[in-house]
Write a protein that binds this ligand. Structure first.
Ligand code: ADP
Ligand code: ZN
Length: 438
């Protein structure tokens, strides 16, 4: 790999897997002891499953331990799952609550250092260093995005501009006037910024200095990445995380762009069959499960993320030995069942983005008129298509409908809207509106 990319922690990130396994086993044991002795939730779960921390003799024994799920955290809301007294918990965050009541995360000073370290690995993976000016458009507040990216910026010695979300026009001015070189925000907001830049009559490649982007917090496809790269004139990297595990920084895409390396010395990943809970081998898609290995305040054992993806362990061109996770293809709870067929929003996005006549803004509605599921996809026309007139738009609707039917095996209704006809998001985009229960 070219020198412009960096590996922040060579020792850990390129550690031979056998050695890494030893580190993980030791840390996993410590975590089991910690939760069993300090968190009543785990004492109960382990006792019910008839396991003790000492039963972990090798990493193969991990599967003997019970899962934890979001409901366990909700049942013990807000601080029940913490393993340290509140006075040692120096920072508190919460999930964005995309799928229900928020869950709360706590950090000790040590946990904050771990978070800064894994976020430094993220920044370095794309080549961010001292001298870079980071435009942070993730929301600051309870959401982990803003502060996670903030912490890592200090760790790598770059300059952080804590813009937070919103006031898009002003964001463009800041980017231009401050000469920001790194943009961090959700992929959907990156597109909103691209539009605002174009609307201001600017050419990102000539008028801005952006060269790197870290986008995450919501699912996006590789096609979306290329669109963002083209319009913003930067190299974009996918970054993954969840508040329960630490926030952003659980994994990041490397310059080889073939998956996101998990910081496995801190977060132990597994893939399971979401229906049976059985562990699945590398290379098989399933539900992602994480155990934290070093966290003090809020350790988690076998936490079911409900995110679907695949793990790869083969050697990566970048030199990192840590497992790579493929793109999140959906959440177990955002998989839509349309007339009995499983449909993921990412499949729809893939189809929509293959049409140059459409812009990458869409929303999916599901209704059930007269006991039949109805899938409606609303997407925007480009200015060019819209200017061609009604017939061209209608003709395109037919083409998209056909392409969707071929990809999804279910029929759908397609509405192509005028440019800017779909509402923009400033943080995580809401792309699916399931109105069946309403
Ligand atoms: P919430 O569950 O309320 O959205 P978080 O803000 O912690 O809480 O969001 C974590 C979730 O966001 C992940 O479990 C995953 O579903 C999604 N996510 C985060 N990063 C990515 C990414 N890079 N690609 C796809 N999905 C992501
Ligand atoms: Zn790599």
């Amino acid at each position: 790999m070219a020198k412009k990319y960096l590996i922040w922690n060579e020792e850990m990130e390129t550690m031979p897997r056998e050695e890494l396994g030893k580190v993980q086993l030791k840390r996993f044991r410590e975590t089991l002891e910690r939760v069993y002795n300090k968190v009543p939730l785990y004492k109960k779960l382990f006792d019910e499953a008839g396991v003790k921390p000492s039963d972990l003799k090798s990493l193969e024994d991990v599967a003997k331990f019970p899962f934890t799920v979001k409901q366990d955290l909700r049942d013990n809301y807000p601080f029940g799952p913490f393993a340290e007294p509140l006075e040692d918990v120096t920072q508190i965050h919460a999930t964005s609550g995309t799928t229900g009541k928020m869950t709360v995360s706590g950090y000790t000073d040590h946990d904050m250092k771990v978070w800064a370290e894994v976020m430094a690995r993220v920044y370095a993976a794309g080549g961010t260093k001292k001298g870079d000016i980071i435009h942070n458009a993730y929301g600051y507040g309870l959401f982990t995005g803003g502060l996670g990216f903030h912490l890592g910026a200090h760790e790598v010695g770059a300059t952080i501009v804590p813009v937070s979300a919103g006031l898009t026009k002003r964001q463009v001015t800041i980017m231009q006037d401050f000469g920001c070189t790194v943009l961090v925000c959700t992929p959907s907001y990156a597109l909103v910024l691209a539009e605002a830049i174009e609307e201001a009559g600017l050419d990102a490649k000539k008028d801005l200095k952006l060269r790197i982007g870290f986008m995450g917090a919501e699912p996006w496809t590789d096609k979306m990445r290329m669109e963002i790269e083209k319009r913003l004139g930067l190299e974009a990297f996918d970054i993954f995380g969840l508040a329960e595990i630490i926030g952003p920084g659980v994994s990041v895409e490397c310059p080889a762009h073939n998956g996101m390396h998990i910081a496995e010395d801190h977060f132990y990943p597994e893939i399971i069959d979401p229906a049976t809970g059985e562990p699945l081998p590398y290379g098989t898609p399933g539900e992602l499960v994480f155990s934290t290995l070093t966290k003090e305040a809020f350790p988690l054992v076998r936490y079911r993320t409900r995110d679907l993806c695949v793990l790869h362990v083969e050697k990566c061109a970048c030199g990192r030995t840590m497992v790579r996770m493929g793109k999140i293809t959906g959440r177990t709870d955002d998989m839509l069942i349309i007339r009995g067929v499983n449909v993921f929003p990412s499949q729809i996005e893939d189809v929509l983005l293959s049409f140059a006549e459409l812009s990458p803004h869409y929303i999916i509605y599901v209704d059930r008129p007269k006991d039949m599921d109805l899938l409606t996809v609303e997407v925007e026309a480009t200015e060019k298509l819209f200017d061609e007139g009604w017939d061209a738009v209608k003709g395109m609707e037919g083409k998209v409908k056909k392409a969707l039917a071929e990809a999804l095996y279910v029929s759908s209704k397609v509405n192509i809207k005028e440019p800017f006809g779909i509402q923009r998001s400033q943080g995580k985009a809401v792309r699916v509106v399931d109105r069946r229960e309403l």
